[in-house]
Ligand binder design. Structure first.
Ligand code: COA
Ligand code: ZN
Length: 305
């Protein structure tokens, strides 16, 4: 088949943010190194958020500077999540050329997550767009497929109307996030075919959580419906601390295994990726939803007494 699929690693942001105990910066950098060594071309390395909200990310600047210095000119793209103008400014000052402001489709999750109304977040997005015209903005839209406070997605209309508002501000790259894993394949199909039909020139990425064991199938559905990239987290670590019931993202190595076996061209070495996933599990006290990290080294060998 040989269809190219852009797999984007977001574990160093979505994965690490869910971990209470501070992960030493060196461990974070080792994991990012392992991900790049496996062949990734795009990694979300951190988030520039309030250290009071997420203490885990207090080394955002240090992580960014190390990574940019080490991989400058090596053909790998790096980006970070920012919840507000303050974070956008800090990310740009640290040297990033791409940022991901985050806003939820649902008013209640937006308030819980970034302590702003949706209109306030839109106003701040405009401020960010105007202040940094040379920075690529890929907008995260959280709770697209369902919200822990407002329930399942009932209609495409609120999403389409939000996209129109963001496009009017000058945003043309979006990541549609299933923040707490509400989606199912036919819903993913409807969403991606609709947005791709409505806005064929724009970029639409997918970000899925594996709460109901549908992470892999939802990700595959989005890819086959034209998603420009698919995000996943190493070892299936992840979850928004401000969304009750949030669990890990689709596991990167499980997703890459499936895509490679199916003949998609990910450019990623599964064995190397699995080693890094195992390193993450051994060095981080978190919740891991990945499957491959739990398979014994030689599952087919029957030992005899
Ligand atoms: N990075 C670091 N510090 C920040 C910051 C940022 N992005 N944004 C605000 N601050 C600081 C302010 O300078 C201020 O500091 P001070 O108390 O020393 O004066 C303090 O935080 C409060 O600022 P305020 O604008 O009132 O923020 P808030 O308390 O309303 O919190 C957010 C709003 C968005 C900053 C905070 O909720 C946040 O960072 N949330 C993270 C959300 C997230 O990452 N969710 C998971 C991913 S989807
Ligand atoms: Zn997420």
């Amino acid at each position: 088949m040989n269809k190219k699929v852009n797999v984007v690693e977001i574990g160093p942001r979505d994965g690490f943010q869910s971990v209470k105990e501070f992960i030493p910066t060196e461990v974070k950098l080792n994991i990012i190194d392992g991900i790049i060594d496996a062949g990734y071309k795009k990694v979300q390395i951190t988030s520039f958020v309030s250290p009071k909200a997420i203490p885990q990310m207090r080394d955002a600047r240090e992580v960014t500077e190390h990574v940019l210095e080490k991989y400058d000119g090596k053909g790998v793209e790096f980006f970070a999540l920012v919840p507000n103008f303050y974070g956008a400014n800090a990310a740009v000052e640290a040297g990033l050329k791409e940022i991901t402001p985050v806003m939820s489709l649902s008013e209640s999750h937006n308030k819980n997550n970034v302590r702003r109304t949706c209109q306030e977040s839109l106003d701040e997005l405009k401020k960010i767009r105007d202040a940094f015209p040379d920075v690529k903005i890929t907008q995260d839209i959280a709770t697209v497929f369902g919200c822990p406070f407002e329930g399942e997605m009932k209609s495409m209309d609120p999403l389409l109307s939000l996209l129109e508002k963001m496009r009017a501000i000058g945003i043309h790259a979006f990541t549609l996030c299933d923040t707490v894993g509400y989606a199912w394949p036919t819903l993913v199909e409807e969403v991606f075919t609709t947005v791709k039909k409505e806005f064929p020139e724009d970029e639409f990425n997918v970000h899925i959580h594996d709460t109901r064991n549908m992470g892999i199938v939802n990700s595959l559905t989005a890819i086959n419906c034209g998603a420009d990239s698919v995000q996943a987290a190493i070892a299936g670590l992840g979850g928004c601390p401000f969304a009750p019931g949030a669990t890990g993202n689709t596991s990167s190595e499980d997703l890459v295994y499936m895509l490679n076996k199916c003949g998609y061209d990910t450019g990623i070495d599964f064995d190397k990726l699995l080693q890094t996933a195992k390193y993450a599990k051994a060095n981080i006290d978190g919740n891991f939803s990945g499957h491959h990290i739990n398979i014994p080294e030689h599952p087919c060998v029957i030992t005899q007494d």
